[in-house]
Design a protein around this ligand. Structure first.
Ligand SMILES: [Fe+2]
Length: 207
């Protein structure tokens, strides 16, 4: 499933260019692992860039009329950073790890190259009772990617529990911020008429 030998420096450079917010992470080792996570997820999929992934919360659900998946990843990360910075300025007792907020925002959907991969979709839709549809949702596959590249459990947790899966456990402070930024992104895009009407999630929002 994951193929570390397929990761190239060209792909790492493309990820850095697609996600400039990586530069906001103070710990260079953590920043490099965020880049590695996306490079590995892409290298193991049919996609060569994050921008090639359908700009949706789930395949076919909450799809941007215009723009790309990078707009979602960057938008969530920027909102999460703003929430953290604004609240820390107001509530000094709040102890937020800013690097984890940024890395968590950037990696929360790192499992999407797997769940959105057209080859995987064809296989799952051709026989949903064989391995499931999808076999593994992007939050769970994102954990696989994060832990494979050595990201800390705090970041893997943001992939694991930013969405509906997070209702089954207690979210960390940083993941609570990422989770709200993620849901806010789709809610605001919907209110701003940026989503394709036929893709609206209605009551089944799980991104
Ligand atoms: Fe998301």
């Amino acid at each position: 499933m994951l193929d570390p030998s397929a990761v190239t420096d060209e792909l790492r450079a493309r990820v850095r260019a697609e996600l400039p917010e990586v530069e906001e992470i103070r710990d260079p080792e953590l920043a490099a692992k965020v880049v590695e996570a996306w490079a590995l997820a892409l290298a193991s999929s049919s996609f060569d860039a994050i921008a090639e992934i359908e700009p949706s919360g789930n395949p076919g659900v909450n799809t941007l009329k215009r723009g790309s998946q990078t707009d979602h990843i960057r938008g969530v990360t920027r909102m999460a950073m703003a929430l953290a910075d604004q609240l820390c300025g107001l509530l000094p007792d709040l102890r937020i790890d800013r690097d984890i907020v940024i890395a968590g925002g950037l990696c929360h959907d790192v499992g999407k190259p797997w769940e959105f991969d057209p080859e995987n979709r064809r296989r799952w839709e051709g026989g949903p009772r064989r391995a499931g549809l999808p076999s593994i949702r992007h939050p769970a596959f994102g954990v696989h990617v994060c832990l494979t590249v050595g990201l800390p459990e705090e970041v893997a947790h943001c992939a694991a529990a930013h969405s509906g899966e997070g209702e089954l456990l207690v979210r960390s402070l940083e993941n609570t911020i990422v989770h709200h930024a993620d849901y806010a992104f789709w809610g605001i895009c919907r209110a701003g008429d940026l989503l394709k009407p036929e893709s609206l999630a209605e009551l089944k929002v799980r991104h």
